[in-house]
Structure formats: structure tokens, C-alpha cells
Design a protein around this ligand. Structure first.
Ligand code: BGP
Length: 467
């Protein structure tokens, strides 16, 4: 089939770079959080991670061998501005310039994420980071430094990675820094990300930097558990307060009325300014694509006012250990009896990806970048090889789902597997592996090509014919 998608892979700075105190890098909220006992699975952290900071040339050579056409990575804010603002740390900035040059030299287009969760700790300490409007000015300052330095090399920019996930996990579910549980604060922090996204898009366009810009949202299309009225109502509220809330604010510049009314009646407040919405609306007319991170779908059921809240999260890989969770009075997320699940209890559902892409296309009329898609699994080395047919199967079905959407008119600029090498899974440690390249964390961080690497290479060579 004719496919214009660029074939790629994705990563994030904190999950691969390591070198957390090197060359003048400042402390991020993740440096602090993951080094505090009890916060992550087996107290794993990104202090060394894949040591990509020192070994990126080796990894880029492997990307070239695989045939990657684009590589998505994020910039660590504290490498460039150790305190979040002020003086530039030129060594940190040079690292990303060199990285881009190396990618281009190897025929790979850099795709850069400005924010993938590693906020400078100093900004968190000074004014609560995303909790304050003050973040906007500091973010724009940081973004402009990145645009000025990297614009000659980078043509695809992702402003925010999954603002919905880091605000939810940080401000509602007490799992990410700063581990709070406060609905108003969650809405407030999310709102600040939406304004930051909008202002960054406008700044990019006004300064006439070359390239395309958007943000990536984690999307979980949802079914209702049954056709009972209360489950259908729960589904409708789930959509209004999650996917529609995120997409409509970023890509239309407003929030869904249904959710706003609910929050008002429930007395849940957050601060917005009239000019925020003017800016968000203006930006939505200039944004170039919707970034989609897709892993799983959700199944939604009625949740009474005294029902489940935060719930149990499976961070061990022991199947069926995650419980139901949700917002009391609104909805809860339950197991879907019609789907199979990963060892971390994530529903495998490629069909939902096609539906999602078609919906986005018809509602928002924007091209798409699949900025993340992949399977977290246990992998074993056998005689120096890693056989991962489950990953190949997962990726194959999801690529087919994209191809189906393309046939129906959806414009997909790029498809990025998560991830190229194994890396740190934020709360799940190093045993939840996503890479096409295995990293032996026990043996000098050796890189070993998995079966999925060879398979993806053929997929790319054939431009998606071989699956
Ligand atoms: C997304 C993040 C990635 C990555 C991925 C897999 O939410 O953007 O950084 O981690 O999910 O998630 P996990 O590592 O929790 O399995």
C-alpha cells in the first residue's frame, strides 16, 4: 500500500540518558522523586538508565541499521537550564545539538519533545511548578532557547508529552511527583499545560521557525461495560472529563460544556482567565498535528459516590493485580471481558486505534503523529538472542490499524514505536521492557537486537508491505 508515514521510534530523556549529575545538569523533579525510597518499583531510578548520554552514537548506529526515518527524543530542561531559568548551560545544549547532527548524518529526522515530565526541581520548590501561572514565562524562555539552537536541524516539535497523564498521576492519583490528590489542583495544572502549549505554538509561528508543531496526548478510547443507562452515563462523563477535555482544550481552545457544568455543580473550581481561551483558540488554528500516544483502550462502568477512587496499580508485572479505579460518583475503569491483557494489565486493542484515528480526523481535521505505541513485556535472553513474537504481534496489529485509517483518509505523518531500546519505565522499573533493542542492565548495558528489531527493519524497508 502507499504509505506516507515516516517510520520511527521514541524515547524520553529521563528514561534513557542517565548522567544525571554530569556536565552541569541541574536536579529535576524525577531525579529527586526516584531517589526517594518507596516511590518507584524496587527503588529504580534514571541516574544511569541506558547511559545514552555517553552511548548515543552507538544507539544511533543501531537506529540506522534498523532503517529508522525519524527518532523522537525529549530534551532535559535541567541540562540546558539547571535551575529552570537564568543562565544557559552550554554543555547541556551542545549535547542536543550534537545529537541532532549525528541523527541527520545517519539519515534520521529528529523529532523533539520539549517536555517529557522532568521539570526542574527549583521551579517546583519556588512556586509549585505546574501549579502556578508563573510556569508559563519560564517554559517559553526554555522553549525559545531550544527553538533557536535546534531549529536548523529539527522540523518536528512536540511541546508537551501526555499532559493528561503527568497531571493525573501527580495531582490526582498520588503516583508521580508531587504525589498529591486534589481534583481542583489537577484541573489547574492541566489548564496551565494547555496555556503553555498554546503560547509555545504561537511563539513558534510568530518567530517563523521552520517545521511542524503540536503536542502528544495519551488517548484511551473507551467502551461502556454494558448497555445499562448508568454505565452509558458513566462512559459519557468519562469522555467529557478525560479525552474530550484534553483534546478540545489543546485542539479547539475550550473545555467540554458537559464537564464544566458537572464541575461547577460539584463545587470544584480552578482559575482560568478570559485571555487564556483567546490564546488557546488562536493556537488551535495554527497547530500542525495531533500527537497520539496509544497503548490501550478502557472499559467504563458506573461508580457510586462511595465507590472506588485511586485503586491499585500493577507495577510488578504480576497479572491481574491492578484493581478497579475511578472517580467516585462519575465512573470507574474495569476489566473488559472481550479483550486480552498484558502482564501489567493493559488491554490490547488494536481495533480501537483505527476508530480513534478516524474520530480525530473527522472532529479535528488535523494530521496525526503516532508518537508512541508499543508493548511492555518481560523479555528473556536465550543463547544471546531475544525472541519476542508477542511484541511483533502487537506492533503488526497496530500498524495494520494505522494503515486501515490511512485508507479511510487519515493523514499520518509518522509512526513511532515505544521504544527503540529498553529503558526505565517510570514506576515499573527496568523489567518492563518496550525496546526493539534489549539492554542488559546486569552486564555493562550491552545492546542486543531482539527479533522485533529485525522484523521492524523489514517493515521499514518494504514501507509497511511486509508485516
Ligand atoms: C507513556 C509515556 C512514556 C512511557 C510509556 C509507557 O505514558 O509517555 O514515557 O513510559 O507511557 O508507560 P510505562 O513506562 O508506564 O509502561
Amino acid at each position: 500500500m502507499k504509505n506516507r508515514m515516516l517510520w520511527g521510534s521514541a524515547s524520553a530523556a529521563y528514561q534513557i540518558e542517565g548522567a544525571y549529575q554530569e556536565d552541569g545538569k541541574g536536579v529535576s523533579i524525577w531525579d529527586k522523586f526516584a531517589n526517594f525510597p518507596g516511590n518507584t518499583f524496587l527503588n529504580t531510578n534514571g541516574n544511569i538508565a541506558c547511559d545514552y548520554y555517553h552511548r548515543y552514537k552507538e544507539d544511533i548506529a543501531l537506529m540506522k541499521e534498523c532503517g529508522l526515518q525519524t527518532y523522537r527524543f525529549s530534551i532535559s530542561w535541567t541540562r540546558i537550564l539547571p535551575h529552570g531559568k537564568g543562565e544557559i548551560n552550554q554543555i547541556g545544549l551542545n549535547f542536543y545539538i550534537d545529537l541532532c547532527k549525528e541523527l541527520i548524518l545517519n539519515g534520521i529526522e529528529p523529532m523533539v519533545t520539549l517536555y517529557h515530565w522532568d521539570l526542574p526541581q527549583d521551579l517546583q520548590d519556588e512556586y509549585g511548578g505546574w501549579e502556578s501561572y508563573l510556569i508559563i514565562e519560564d517554559f517559553l524562555h526554555y522553549a525559545k532557547i531550544c527553538f533557536d539552537a535546534l531549529n536548523p536541524y529539527v522540523k518536528m516539535w512536540i511541546v508537551m508529552n501526555e499532559p493528561n497523564i503527568f497531571t493525573q498521576l501527580g495531582y490526582l492519583l498520588e503516583k508521580h511527583p508531587p504525589k498529591k490528590n486534589n481534583l481542583s489542583l489537577y484541573l489547574q495544572t492541566f489548564h496551565h499545560t494547555a496555556v503553555v502549549h498554546a503560547k509555545t505554538v504561537l511563539m513558534f509561528k510568530e518567530n517563523k521557525y521552520q517545521g511542524k508543531i503540536g503536542s502528544s496526548i495519551a488517548l484511551t478510547p473507551a467502551y461502556s461495560l454494558s448497555n445499562k443507562k448508568e454505565d452509558l452515563e458513566a462512559l459519557s462523563m468519562f469522555r467529557a472529563t478525560t479525552s474530550d477535555w484534553y483534546l478540545q482544550s489543546y485542539y479547539k481552545g475550550s473545555y467540554p460544556k458537559q464537564a464544566l457544568i458537572y464541575y461547577r455543580l460539584a463545587g470544584i473550581e480552578f482559575e482560568t482567565k478570559k485571555e487564556d481561551f483567546e490564546i488557546m483558540k488562536r493556537a488551535s488554528k495554527h497547530v500542525d498535528f495531533i500527537g497520539v500516544n496509544y497503548y490501550q483502550s478502557a472499559c467504563i462502568a458506573y461508580n457510586p459516590i462511595d465507590g472506588v477512587g485511586i485503586g491499585q496499580m500493577n507495577t510488578t508485572g504480576i497479572k491481574s493485580t491492578s484493581g478497579e479505579f475511578g472517580v467516585p460518583g462519575l465512573y470507574k475503569q474495569v476489566q473488559n471481558p472481550n479483550l486480552t491483557y498484558t502482564d501489567w494489565d493493559w488491554a490490547i486493542d488494536p481495533e480501537s486505534l483505527t476508530t480513534l484515528l478516524l474520530e480525530l480526523h473527522h472532529k479535528y481535521h488535523l494530521p496525526i503523529i503516532i508518537s508512541e505505541n508499543g508493548l511492555g513485556a518481560f523479555d528473556e535472553i536465550e543463547d544471546g538472542q531475544i525472541h519476542d513474537p508477542y511484541r511483533i504481534d502487537y506492533l503488526r496489529k497496530h500498524i495494520l490499524a494505522c494503515q486501515k485509517a490511512i485508507l479511510h483518509g487519515v493523514d499520518i505523518y509518522a509512526y513511532c514505536t515505544w521504544s527503540f531500546t529498553d529503558l526505565l519505565s517510570w514506576l515499573n522499573g527496568y523489567q518492563k521492557r518496550y525496546g526493539l533493542i534489549y539492554i542488559d542492565f546486569e552486564d555493562d548495558l550491552q545492546r542486543i537486537k531482539k527479533d522485533s528489531f529485525y522484523w521492524y527493519k523489514k517493515v521499514i524497508e518494504s514501507d509497511g508491505e511486509y508485516l
